[in-house]
Write a protein that binds this ligand. Structure first.
Ligand code: ZN
Length: 312
């Protein structure tokens, strides 16, 4: 156990890779990794950890959050062969070193929408890593080479990627739904459409469009789908959730949880439905919180809830 004892404490004890730096998890971003306490007793000191665990636990894609600017998240998405993408790499000087350290074969950029705090690093990224595809749904995205079409899936390495139009925050917003062909693991990168316990501002679209994005698109994904959002807004979102849905035990529990967690990704679609007020506009509690009558539509409740949040 000498080798374990000498590890820098935040590193994953199974694969020794980059952990969630802003998290107090004792896991890295590999879903196959297990908690620190279990790992210590599981590892045989003479076996190389990687070889040992890749034979016993299914392989999976990895998602590494890279905090950027004041509260943005870029992500490094890597399949099990090391083929990887950068998602909204607004600060290339932070994202590229992570990819290099992980020996990622950098194969492109996914851009959720054109706002500068998401797409503003594309040109700098391409300057350092030229001639790679840039996927996105809006001509306003710098460096765009592959304009995606709703649900027209494509494959990068082992990653099966389906762009989903999730319009409203902008009229070119896309969420990227990623399925790992080997492990079956699923993830969605939602940009500024869905946040943990919140949703994006309706800058360019209507409540009808956000309703479609949240309920008919994202809300229809498998419950276990991991949700990777564009900003770390969870703490303030939960303050609002407590304000409008404070009798909901899931809100209370999540609000308590966030007090001791600074990196709150990933969430899951299933969990969001329990505590995210913007996904609960069909409940009496949210309808009452915005002061609308029982016959108000879910779209009306969603629009009123967003206005309430804008002034909160
Ligand atoms: Zn935005």
């Amino acid at each position: 156990m000498k080798r374990l004892a000498s590890l820098p404490s935040p590193h994953c004890v199974l694969c020794f890779r980059i952990p969630f730096r802003y998290s107090n998890h004792m896991l890295c971003s590999r879903s196959r990794c297990i908690p620190f306490s279990s790992a210590r007793s599981a590892i045989h000191p003479l076996l190389p950890p990687h070889r040992y665990f890749t034979t016993s636990i299914p392989t999976a894609m990895r998602v590494i959050p890279v905090p950027c600017l004041s509260d943005n998240y870029a992500y490094v998405l890597v399949d099990d062969n090391g083929v990887g993408l950068a998602v909204d790499p607004v600060e290339p000087r932070k994202v590229i070193p992570v990819m290099e350290k992980e020996n990622v074969k950098i194969s492109g950029i996914l851009t959720t929408h054109h706002h500068a705090d998401h797409a503003g690093g594309n040109k700098g990224f391409l300057h350092q890593i030229p001639n790679i595809p840039v996927w996105g749904g809006d001509d306003r995205i710098p460096g765009l080479t592959e304009k995606v079409v709703d649900r027209a899936a494509f494959t990068v390495g082992e990653l099966h990627i389906t762009p989903l139009y999730t319009l409203c925050h902008t009229l070119g917003s896309v969420s990227f739904y990623v399925e790992d062909k080997k492990s079956g693991e699923k993830a969605i990168f939602t940009g500024d459409t869905l946040f943990v316990a919140g949703c994006g501002k309706f800058f360019e679209g209507t409540p009808e469009q956000m309703h479609n994005s949240l309920y008919n698109v994202l809300g229809q994904l498998p419950a276990a789908t991991k949700v990777y959002v564009g900003h770390e807004y969870t703490k303030s979102n939960l303050k609002f959730a407590v304000h409008v849905d404070g009798q909901n035990p899931a809100v209370v529990a999540k609000a308590k949880w966030v007090e001791s967690n600074t990196c709150t990704v990933p969430s899951t679609i299933g969990d969001e439905k329990t505590f995210n007020p913007f996904l609960r506009c069909d409940t009496p509690s949210i309808r009452e919180a915005v002061g609308l009558p029982a016959d108000a539509s879910v779209v009306e409740v969603l629009g009123a809830l967003r206005k309430l949040k804008d002034c909160f």
